[in-house]
Design a protein around this ligand. Structure first.
Ligand SMILES: [Zn+2]
Length: 356
């Protein structure tokens, strides 16, 4: 019944009804986000008040997050109508978050969007089975506990995603090695060098301590960026009612692009500041839907998909419950487990086919 309901809405039809033409809106978004990043830098570098420097750090962080979302959309080929603009502006928009464009493409567009919640393909917050976890070296088990403690998002994103897969990633980590991955990583390094040089020049000219300035203008924003991103990608695909899959057949039958993601709304409508990225069913139904049309598309998906499309407002209580339950995953019986391997949540029948 559930499958019949949501099959009425084809992924292509959703895209067609959500197309946004023109370059004016994208240019305006780009200008606002660059202004946030640059304005934050001015505050963090030139103000003597620590409070204003911290405000600068917040603005830089907002600029990094929102420019990253521009880059994310450009990498999907849908920020500008012209492919070349997406390729060029996407690379520039990714510089503050130090994301290598082609590495993001292979990890996100190909692996994550092509196979979300399928173990072995999707690399984002993939849970270990109890057997796998028990076989990990001690230090890795400790790291996994920290990552899934409810506060480890930043560390997870920085180590497991950015460091291993998005910056000079090795063939061992991503399964292939291409020149463009290295070139994009070099580009990101040049961007970071320019950022560091700017901080050093201001420190020299104004007689301020370099490390003090770098803390407000670079380290705090970059740490906050990793934290926000790690949290966002955690809640988008992890929930006691969301399944993970080992079997490709089960994964296909379950239509994980719809049933294994959540539309999460944040307090104070903060999600509205994030260029629609929390309208995640619509984004997974068709990643080419523009950020300017995602909310409308999400409403349409939810009308058609009903209970298949998990949508909820996150609170401290729902978040703690999610973290407490979602430590390890039983891929055979489809249940979330705690660190001892005890069942904390069973995926409801109908969300997934029985194990074969
Ligand atoms: Zn995407």
């Amino acid at each position: 019944m559930r499958a019949v309901q949501s099959n009425r809405l084809s992924r292509k039809a959703l895209l067609r009804s959500s197309e946004v033409a023109g370059t004016l809106d994208p240019c305006a978004v780009l200008a606002v986000n660059v202004a946030s990043f640059a304005g934050g830098l001015v505050l963090a570098l030139s103000m003597s008040s620590v409070a204003l420097k911290l405000l600068g750090s917040v603005l830089i962080t907002a600029g990094i997050v929102r420019l990253f979302l521009v880059g994310h959309e450009a990498c999907h080929g849908s920020f500008f109508p012209a492919k070349i603009l997406n390729q060029v502006i996407g690379r520039i928009a990714f510089l503050p978050s130090m994301t290598a464009f082609s590495l993001w493409d292979v990890g996100h567009n190909v692996a994550h969007h092509g196979f979300n919640n399928l173990k072995g393909r999707d690399q984002v917050w993939t849970p270990y089975s109890k057997e796998e976890f028990d076989q990990l070296p001690r230090h890795r088990r400790i790291m996994e506990r920290v990552y899934r403690s409810g506060f480890g998002w930043g560390l997870y994103y920085f180590v497991e995603l950015w460091w291993k897969k998005l910056y000079f990633a090795t063939r061992k980590e991503i399964g292939s090695g291409r020149v463009k991955y290295k070139l994009d990583s070099v580009l990101v390094s040049l961007g970071a060098s320019a950022w560091t040089t700017e901080v050093a020049l201001v420190a020299y000219r104004t007689g301020q301590n370099f490390w003090f300035l770098a803390m407000f203008a670079m380290f705090i924003p970059f740490a906050l960026w990793n934290t926000i991103m790690g949290f966002v990608v955690f809640v988008q695909h992890t929930h006691p009612s969301i399944a993970w899959y080992h079997s490709r057949r089960q994964w296909q039958e379950a239509r994980a692009y719809l049933t294994a993601t959540a539309n999460v709304r944040f307090p104070l409508r903060i999600d509205r500041l994030m260029h629609g990225i929390m309208e995640h069913h619509a984004h997974h139904m068709n990643p080419r839907i523009s950020m300017f049309a995602l909310r409308r598309a999400q409403r349409r998906v939810q009308r058609h998909a009903g209970a298949d499309a998990l949508s909820y407002r996150i609170t401290w209580r729902t978040y703690v419950d999610c973290v407490r339950r979602c430590k390890l995953y039983d891929y055979t019986n489809h249940a979330w487990l705690n660190w001892h391997g005890e069942v904390t949540a069973r995926i409801a029948r109908g969300d997934t086919a029985p194990a074969s």
